[in-house]
Design a protein. Structure first.
Ligand code: PLP
Length: 274
């Protein structure tokens, strides 16, 4: 094999999912599939399988920051994403490094709670995320409950596409250049009659787009958010414009959901080689 030249590099700062479906594992698989050299700064080890999160072991903030520093000072990254950050101390430490290396292409997936209900971000850390991390983000990708938490709204405040668009505009005012509010959680109760899944992208100079994809009826959707934000990051590392990167990432995730595998006895995971 000959060496690659001119390759794109992406760093993920996120938690490990021992079950392989979400977190760092989903990120690295996605980056690999999209032809990008993936690197990681681990924030926490989760004890996890298809049945849920059975334990969370956070790393010291300095250990997280040191990994990012080691990567950025030597290999470099064309784009960076953050996933599970767990505490305000980790958020502060990571932001210090990202600031020092003037990281511009930063995707923030504001991971808060796993599908099974386990907390992946302490409640006290939301304020640090809003104050420190969001202003540095090129794009932030909340689902509906996360968008409500970022805005300090009640959990049921976002009910339709109009609410999603309002929330996207309001989150933009917190600093990120683009906001993608993901609508996957809306209409879950009507899953049997649902035909599409809509996300709202706001940003740039007055850009507002409703991005639609076919709704794929499967319960094996573990890792969807991680995969989407990793794909956006990989496409940005390759130099695609933001709207193109988001559309490409949505397409990648839709295919990965269509080929999802029923890993274990609970909620299975996406198949990343889509
Ligand atoms: N575990 C880790 C380490 C994660 O980063 C995430 C991502 O959001 C999850 C679990 C949650 O995945 P899901 O909500 O799809 O179960």
């Amino acid at each position: 094999m000959t060496g690659q030249t001119g390759f794109a590099r992406a760093l993920t700062v996120a938690g490990s999912d021992s079950g392989g479906g979400a977190g760092i594992q989903a990120d690295l698989k996605t980056m690999q599939e999209l032809g990008v050299f993936g690197m990681s700064a681990l924030t926490a080890v989760t004890v996890q399988n298809s049945l849920g999160v059975h334990g969370v072991h956070p790393l010291e903030p300095a250990a997280v920051a040191d990994q990012a520093e080691a990567v950025l000072s030597d290999i470099g990254a064309d784009a960076v994403k953050t996933g599970m950050l767990f505490s305000s101390e980790v958020i502060e430490a990571v932001c210090d490094v990202l600031e020092r290396y003037a990281v511009r292409r930063l995707t923030v997936d504001p991971v808060m709670i796993a599908k099974g209900g386990a907390s992946l971000l302490r409640a006290e850390a939301v304020a640090a995320m809003v104050r420190r991390l969001l202003p540095m983000a090129e794009i932030v990708t909340p689902n509906v409950p996360e968008a409500c938490a970022l805005l300090g709204l009640p959990e049921d405040a976002i009910r339709d596409e109009t609410d999603m668009a309002d929330a996207a505009r309001q989150i933009r005012l917190l600093g990120p250049e683009y906001v993608l509010v993901k609508g996957g959680h809306l209409g879950e109760t009507e899953a049997e009659t649902r035909t599409e899944c809509a996300d709202v992208l706001a940003g740039g100079s007055d850009l507002l787009r409703v991005l639609r994809s076919p709704f794929i009826p499967t319960r094996h959707t573990h890792g969807t958010g991680c995969t989407l934000s990793a794909a956006i990051t990989a496409y940005r590392a390759r130099g695609l414009a933001m709207e193109e990167a988001v559309r490409g990432a949505k397409d990648f995730v839709s295919k990965a959901i269509a080929y999802a595998v029923p890993t274990g006895g609970g909620i299975g995971s996406l198949w990343h080689a889509a």
